[in-house]
Every structure is written in structure tokens, then in C-alpha cells.
Design a protein around this ligand. Sequence first.
Ligand code: NDP
Ligand code: GDR
Length: 361
Amino acid sequence: MMAAQKTALVTGITGQDGSYLAELLLEKGYFVHGVKRRASSFNTQRIDHLYQDQHEKNVNFKLHYGDLTDSTNIIRIIQEVQPDEIYNLGAMSHVMVSFDSPEYVANVDGVGTLRILEAVRLLGLTKKTRVYQASTSELYGGLAENKNAAGFYDEKSPFYPRSPYGAAKIYGFWITKNYREAYGMFACNGILFNHESPRRGETFVTRKITMAVAAIAKGKQDCLYLGNLNSQRDWGHAKDYVEAMWRILQQEVPEDYVIATGVTTYIRDFVIMAFNEAGITLKFSGEQENETATVAACANPLYQLEIGTVVLRVDPEYYRPTEVDLLIGDPTKSKTQLGWEPKYDLAAMVKEMVESDLKLY
Ligand code: NDP
Ligand code: GDR
């Protein structure tokens, strides 16, 4: 007997992760519904290749207009779709921007999560519908004393969010856990560390760097301006990370998982790797950089890289009111319990991103 086709609902389907997850679920035979926002210009570039004409037979992909700030449409869509799995990826996901619109972020990233869970409960779907919540390493806030004995953040490490984004996401984390405990829902948090790809939004640091590297290599741009070069991130590839999301919802017991590579890298080392990938070797000018420099030390105007002409400058405009200095995750639980193993390492990902941006020019 053929297994019944599973139905998934993905919020944030037009984003980086939503697009890779939709591909993965379609490959696995799901009917995929996505929530997209109405915008004044097209916002579906990342999923246009998945478009299926609704009038054709065997359509497995459908988009619905909706917004996480609007309970009525969330309830209506979930009622109509009756999903087996919901992946709540929709969010205002930019940490720096969250300082400019903190109330909006609380509404979308925090209360938006509640709206999804409560809709599932009100519609009587708690036994049918599994919910994945896109939680984040920003919950940890990078506090050194909160790392485990081996020097990583894991599922038991305490949280200390350092931005309105982190504070909103911590509500999303706890309300997901609470609905699991209070109503027996299969609701799980994936605590994902940074993950990137050629589809990464243009204002996140990795993509900003690879796009600038491509533009500089092609003579279209002179200089790249960045903020704090001394923070460290545990970067993986989005394609690997959406596989982990799916695995989290296929378990027998709902639990929360850290998804990370266990390797951390300075922002400035990512810059050097990206320029190298385009055949440009960088060297520091002026004083040697200080491995342990704080954000304030970055204001040193000698803190530049050069290839004859200066191609990287620090602009304090990009400093955050509170910074997360260091993130490094321990993926032991996800590797052992989920059997999850990332296929990309950082070098392969940087190569893919730079090559893709060079092609765009
Ligand atoms: P993106 O910023 O690329 O995508 C965010 C998505 O959310 C977009 O589809 C966006 O729509 C949608 N969205 C924004 N506001 C609303 C709203 N009010 N109602 C409905 N949808 C909305 O993020 P990523 O794909 O990188 O991340 C996916 C999720 O994972 C996010 O929740 C993020 O916070 C979280 N996360 C991401 C990590 C990462 O490193 N990428 C790490 C850990 C967690 P539109 O296209 O119209 O803007
Ligand atoms: P992050 O990602 O804040 O970790 O959140 P981002 O790429 O924005 O910043 C990473 C680090 O780079 C430093 N930085 C800069 N950042 C940006 N965006 N632009 C710059 O010019 C710049 N210069 C230096 C930042 O200060 C920071 O230390 C991402 C998002 O995807 C979140 O949604 C997700 O939850 C977390 O990753 C895990």
C-alpha cells in the first residue's frame, strides 16, 4: 500500500531556508503549502523555480497570502491546509534591524509563534500537526561563562539574548516548549547556528562580503565597509540545516536540538577566505590586528586590509548596541539522535557563494 501523501505548511517560504526546505519536502513527496506576504514588488525569486500552475494536474506546491501578525489568516490557512507538519520559519530575521523595530519583531518573531501554536490547538489539530519552531543561537548571546565544560553551547546552556530579535525569539522558544508540555503537542525547537548560502539575504555579513568580493574583483566596486570584524560565528550551509529541521519532526519523541558545525571563525577570516576565492590575496595594513580585540578596538582606523588600494574599511555605523561576540555550537545530540551530518564545510560554502556572486556580475 502506498503511504498517504504528507502535507507541510511553511511560513517564511520566500526566505533562504524556506526555499531550500520547500525543495527538500517536494523531493520527499510532500504537498507543500507556503505563506507569502503581499509586497509591492515580487518577493518570490528564491522559489520561482518551484512554481506550479494551479490548473495543472499533480500540483504539489501552493502559496497563500498571509502574515504572522494576523491571527485570522493563520487560523484560516491552517484550517484549510490541515497540515501534518508546520515549519515556522517566518521572521524579521536581521539582528541589527531588530534594534530599529523592536515592537514589530516581538509581534512577528515572538507572538507570531504563539499564533501558530494556538491556531493548531484551537482547530483541534494537536494530535495531527507537528510544529517546528526556528529558534536560534542568538538565544545564547555569546556569554563565555554560559558555554559547557568543553567550550560549546549545547541544549542545556543558559540563554542570555542580546538583541530585541533574541528577546523575541526566546519567547518563541519557551512558548513552543510550553505547548509541548501543556497540551502534549509535537512541537520542537531547532536551535540553529548561523547558516548561509548563495541565497542568503544581501545584508547579512557573509553575503554582503561575497557580493562585494565579486564586485571588487570585476572592478565594479572599490571598497567594502563592515562593522565588527572580531566577532566569531559557527557557520554552516542552509541546505544541510533544512535537512535537520525535517529530521527533528520525524522523531518519535518531540525534543529540542542544537544544529551547528562545532567550528567557529572570525568575520575577518571569512573576508580573507572570500577574497582568496576570487584570486585576491589580502594583507593587513598598519598595526597587526589583535585576535582578542573588543568592538571598541575595531574603531582603530589602521584596521584595514589592502591590495595596493584599501578594499576593506571598518564603519562603526554597523556596530550593534549590544554584540554577540562568539558563537560555537555542540552538534553531538543532533548527530547521534537525528543521524544528521552536514555535507558542507566552511571552505566549500565560501567557494559556492563567491562563485555564485561572480556569476551574477
Ligand atoms: P530570511 O530573512 O531569509 O527569511 C525570513 C522569511 O520570513 C521571509 O520569507 C520573509 O518574507 C518572512 N517574513 C518576515 N516577516 C514576516 C511576517 N510578518 N509574516 C510572515 N512572514 C514573514 O531568514 P532565513 O531563511 O535565514 O531564516 C529562517 C528562520 O530561521 C527565521 O525565523 C530566522 O530568524 C531563523 N534562523 C535563521 C538562521 C540563519 O542563520 N539563517 C539561524 C537561526 C535561526 P519576505 O520574503 O516577504 O521578507
Ligand atoms: P547574525 O548575522 O547577527 O549572527 O544573525 P549577521 O551576518 O548579520 O552578523 C554576523 C556578525 O557579523 C558582524 N558584522 C556585520 N553584520 C552585518 N550584517 N553587516 C555588516 O556590515 C557587519 N560587519 C560586521 C555582526 O556584528 C555580527 O557579529 C544571523 C541571522 O540569520 C539571525 O536571524 C540568526 O538567528 C542568527 O544568524 C543565528
